[in-house]
Design a protein around this ligand. Sequence first.
Ligand code: ADP
Ligand code: MG
Length: 627
Amino acid sequence: MPIRQLSETMINQIAAGEVIERPASVVKELVENALDAGASRVEIVTAGGGLNLIRVTDDGSGIPEPELSLAIARHCTSKLAEDINDIRSLGFRGEALPSIGSVSRLSIRSRTASGDSAAEIGIEGGRVLPVRPAAANRGTTVEVRDLFFATPARLKFMKGERAESSATSDVVKRIAIAFPAVRFTLAGSDRSTLDLPATDDSPEGSLRRVAQVMGAEFPDNSIAIDAMREGVRLTGHVSIPSFTRANALQQYAYVNGRPVRDKLIAGAIRGAFADVLPRDRHAVTVLFLSLDPAIVDVNVHPAKADVRFRDPGLVRGLIVGAIRQALADAGIRSATTGAAGMMAAFRPGAASYDHGGPANGHRSYEAAYRASGSAGFDPARSPQRPLDMQFGGFERAGAKNGGFGEPGQAAFDTGPLASADARAGQSEAAETLLGAVLGAARAQVHENYIVAQTRDSLVIVDQHAAHERLVYEALKNALHSRPVPSQMLLLPEIIDLPEEDAERLAMHSETLARFGLGIERFGPGAVAVRETPSMLGETNVQQLVRDLADEIADNDTVETLKERLDKIAATMACHGSVRSGRLLKAEEMNALLRQMEATPGSGTCNHGRPTYIELKLADIERLFGRR
Ligand code: ADP
Ligand code: MG
């Protein structure tokens, strides 16, 4: 066959293959257009999972009648003037509408503020219908019927109505988080409907929108992030370490208001939480990056969900640093929320306490807490509203039946308190300790729990968890403050790599040397490793170096090595710390408390469980009906 120019329709159908993967992609493009048009309301209606009908109505600027035919023509956009490096709108490629129109029956009805009537244009499988007058309010309605009727091969890949509807609802939620001042409604033929009333663009408004989308429990269990580095601003919220999910689906990221799925951001979040979360748990996060459009490339893929940062190391460093700092500052928060679950367990009349395993409060209040967190509590449905307790997490945790088997049963048995000299209470020194965050140690019970008293609360410390954290932080400090000790390999290990990888590793050789990895060029397409960090012991050098090369290629950092060393430090800490069961003297207990107060991150152990909980005296009094 001779070479010939493809028809306009075929070109658009090829583009549609990338831009319009499924109904949710159509919804995404149409909603983006509505937002670019400055809409304050966006209404979405679908039928048949979006395959029969998608209709998006907005109250935005509208399209002037003479431009209607351009809107559905390829490479026509009102959003990009001159500079591809200065993209401030969600759309810019001018290909969504013609692509959709080439694989479905599309109509656009629109009216501008100055226009005295509306007009409508249609396009069916690429065939343009003439513009005609119509009746409509200001704004635009885009209707897409029979999606993929013109490309049956794609139609076969659709997953069924329910899956498509839920993908659509995800898309709307994701984008709605970035536009809190806009009202979104989504109505389908099934249950995946949404109504997100407008809030506003303030930080509080943004958080209220987040709560509408993610559930009211998220704000109570998250901490605010607000950091800036070299002109890049990071804001948003991340969950406290005890509020986690089994997958990373609840991690929302935005770059200049555009929802993105980005490996670098996901990796940075993982790195930031590495110290406080078990491997198989994931934080819940909503993060907004704002930066000069010139230093981020959004023109990576037609679906516009990928980005490339000019300085990936800067972005990663900003995210990791800001989250770690916020977690360190919030050590006390996580403990308080943990206490909420525990207080709920005390509540007389509640049922089904988790008796499994050694009598250890941790597991059960954490379980109660998790269960309550993931269920999305509705106070009205609570079988028995707990006492009117003061702080947020309280009611929720209480409502989830996370109490004891027997009404009125106490959590701690009333065995004798620890040795007499642990009762450090009376002395004057102890009196001043009452003012400290973790107070004065009063006793050690069950050979692992330090009971301390502050002016207005009772503090219970898990001594093993706390000590483990302290040892870990100390080890890490030692690790990062001077070069990591390394061991010479008997024979240097030669590793063959693509030339770019070898070059990248060589460029980072100084940093790697600081972490104990001696690496140098070994001719074209190879590196030689002469030293490895002694802490790693017998390690798979090949694998380590390849992982590092991948990471440098992706993120321009060598975090992998640092994280591995941190992980080893964590294991060493676990083995080197006070086992539960050791009796501590009063001075030892107080020393531990003081050290905890001085150590960032000491509110949770290396696995993300709280190291201490605080019960406010006021709440204890409520439990006893004294208030
Ligand atoms: P892009 O969004 O990349 O410009 P589209 O094909 O999605 O490309 O849209 C083409 C043009 O049609 C847009 O640039 C815009 O001018 C106009 N348009 C599309 N949808 C709307 C809408 N809902 N309100 C106002 N104008 C719209
Ligand atoms: Mg668009």
